[in-house]
Design a protein around this ligand. Structure first.
Ligand SMILES: [Ca+2]
Ligand SMILES: [Ca+2]
Ligand SMILES: [Ca+2]
Ligand SMILES: [Ca+2]
Length: 626
């Protein structure tokens, strides 16, 4: 069963079993999709220690909850978005040394939220050192994001009655199984055309319980603060960037999340928490960059946007980190979702002086994604490419293996053979076609047909490289090919693979599974002009080697033709002629063994040979020695 047929079967099943919810309101779906998160939040003690799937960041769930009507929020236990959940249970606070943060904590033994006391109070200032560690990390994250990278400060909550004064509030709460943290946005505040929000941050009293951090809990704390505080900053640029409709009832915070992962890496390069999400990304790159879901937690699609943090890493490593700030500035110029729609193009234009547009950047990114893991080219593409998984050549679905990168080594490939494929790309999704060059002669002639019509912005990037020599140069086609294009790749004798990467780059396109067909021509040779090659110019009839005692003329034709060869004496008497048919893009040999039309050897001397293909003529002399 293919993935699509499974989805179809599930849809049919739902239609049959649940006729009453055919009207099922989107709100109910959204509610169901975030309920597992709120269940975990409301019941941390039950889930603590369970191996529940990772929820990297709670913010998307909270944003979605805020968009729901009151009855749904009540059912989630989140009716009121201005009272800070833990305020009454967490009585103490400590203000960070740089004066940016107020860390709220509990240290009494009876509290669920008692901070990790094993850190002690070594400086004997009455403040548990765990709290001071959080405060120092938060201060250095502020210094990094705002002072160093130049992002704007979060909206000051001290101006609002819920804000508990002007410092940014962080609550240290009981751990929630496999959740890193959350930034809780508060009511959206409209200021002119800008939609902003104050927020507070939820962190945990123990990070050693998080998968992979038993012996390095402070590193989990570091990346979490770097990530969550960037959300607080994002809520200044555009708190509604995740809103995909005017009422903000549908949310897709993919750009908020992937850029927050970029920020983790930017701030704490050595932690590499994002490695954990790459397996939810690299095998699924035919899906849209916009792929996002909140349920079921742990499914690849819920972690996709975190693995896709490699997209802003590409942007930053390729164009300089300034581009991420530019992108957020442009996100702020349009309320609601506009990262892919307009912001990234504007940022690219700024940082490249108009030299690179989104289709070129996106298709270049598809090449970066290819060269990871054992395909890594040292010093090229992603800085940490060798630690990444790879876009797979095969993909397992329901126990069956399917080609993911389609690899070809025999030709021709007919268009009607290429339509059956399970992983056609969504908008801003990528496919890979790998053509082995060994059985190609000198040209790959590739024809592309996006079968869905010309409304679709197909772009095809092409590259060639030697798979066996990772340090040899990669050839990249300067031209970005489009739908209905036929193009040639030549001069690939030093490359083992030609890779064509079809993708769709129209930001308005939301359709999934966009099909196409392609062909690779019958012949491996395409002639641009008729060509006549001959030799030797001296034939010795007594030579034992045939190549020395006969003339060989090879004629290449650009179209179906008849080829003639005539041999004359110096006195212009015709003594031999031969005629052959040759097909388009093929070549034909014509041979003269120094004999006349009666099969008798001619006498020594100079002979004149005329070869004609259509209107192309060639005359040359041959010396015959008996
Ligand atoms: Ca202390
Ligand atoms: Ca505050
Ligand atoms: Ca790193
Ligand atoms: Ca926006």
């Amino acid at each position: 069963m293919t993935f699509r047929s499974i989805v179809l079967a599930a849809a049919l099943l739902a239609a049959v079993l649940l006729p009453a919810v055919c009207f099922a309101d989107e709100m109910a779906d959204a509610y169901q999709s975030i309920k597992p998160f709120f269940d975990r939040l409301n019941n941390p003690s039950v889930s603590a220690g369970d191996s529940l799937p990772i929820i990297k960041c709670g913010t998307p769930y909270i944003l979605q909850a805020m968009a729901l009507p009151l009855q749904y929020r009540r059912a989630l236990g989140f009716a009121d978005s201005v009272s800070r959940w833990y305020a009454k249970d967490i009585p103490k606070y400590f203000d960070s040394p740089a004066g940016h943060f107020r860390i709220h904590y509990a240290d009494s033994a009876g509290s669920d939220h008692q901070i990790d006391t094993s850190y002690g109070d070594h400086n004997a200032n009455g403040v548990p050192d765990y709290v001071e560690i959080v405060a120092r990390i938060a201060d250095s994250v502020w210094a990094h994001h705002i002072d160093q990278l130049g992002f704007h400060e979060p909206l000051n909550d001290g101006d609002y009655y819920w804000g508990q004064g002007p410092l940014y509030d962080i609550y240290l709460t009981a751990p929630i199984a496999n959740l890193y943290g959350a930034t809780w946005p508060e009511p959206f505040i409209t200021n002119g055309s800008r939609i902003r929000a104050t927020s507070w941050m939820q962190l945990f009293t123990h990070y050693e319980q998080l998968t992979g951090y038993r012996y390095r809990p402070i590193e989990a704390l570091q990346v979490t603060i770097a990530h969550e505080f960037f959300h607080a900053i994002q809520f200044w640029y555009d708190a509604s960037e995740a809103c995909t409709d005017a009422n903000c009832s549908k949310l897709n915070p993919y750009w908020m999340e992937m850029s927050a992962v970029w920020m983790e890496e930017e701030t704490y390069d050595n932690v590499n928490d994002y490695y954990g999400y790459l397996s939810s990304y690299f095998p699924y790159v035919h899906h849209s960059l916009r792929t996002f879901s909140t349920s079921p937690p742990g499914d690849w699609s819920t972690l996709y946007c975190y693995g896709a943090g490699v997209f802003p890493m590409y942007l930053s490593q390729r164009f300089g980190k300034e581009i991420i700030k530019k992108a957020w500035e442009y996100c702020g110029e349009v309320s609601g979702s506009n990262f892919l729609e307009s912001a990234i193009q504007a940022a690219l234009t700024d940082v490249t002086n108009g030299q690179v547009d989104l289709p070129h950047a996106w298709t270049e990114y598809s090449r970066w994604l290819y060269f990871t893991g054992t395909r890594t080219r040292p010093g090229q593409f992603f800085e940490e490419a060798a630690n990444y998984p790879m876009v797979p050549t095969e993909f397992e679905l329901a126990g069956d293996m399917y080609p993911y990168i389609r690899v070809y080594s025999s030709y021709p490939i007919k268009p009607n053979e290429t339509g059956a494929y399970t992983f056609f790309p969504d908008g801003f999704g990528i496919n890979y076609l790998d053509f082995k060059t060994t059985s190609l002669d000198s040209v790959l002639t590739f024809g592309f047909d996006g079968t869905s019509g010309n409304l679709f912005d197909w772009r095809l990037s092409v590259m060639a490289f030697d798979q066996n020599h990772l340090t040899t140069p990669i050839w990249v086609d300067n031209e970005l090919h489009a739908d209905k294009d036929t193009f040639e790749v030549k001069n690939f004798h030093s490359y083992s693979d030609i890779v064509v990467m079809p993708t769709l780059v129209n930001p308005a396109l939301k359709l999934l599974n966009n099909q196409y067909r392609f062909s690779v021509d019958d012949t491996s040779i395409v002639f641009k002009e008729n060509r006549i090659v001959y030799g030797p110019s001296k034939i010795m009839l007594s030579d034992p080697q045939e190549s020395n005692r006969s003339l060989l003329v090879t004629v290449r034709a650009i179209e179906n033709s008849t080829v003639q060869m005539k041999v004359y004496t110096a006195a212009a008497e015709r003594i031999f002629s031969v005629q052959k048919d040759v097909v388009k893009n093929d070549e034909v040999p014509l041979r003269w063994s120094g004999k006349n039309e009666h099969g008798e050897e001619v006498s020594s001397g100079v002979y004149i040979v005329q070869v004609r293909i259509n209107n192309d003529d060639k005359m040359f002399k041959v010396l015959v020695i008996r």
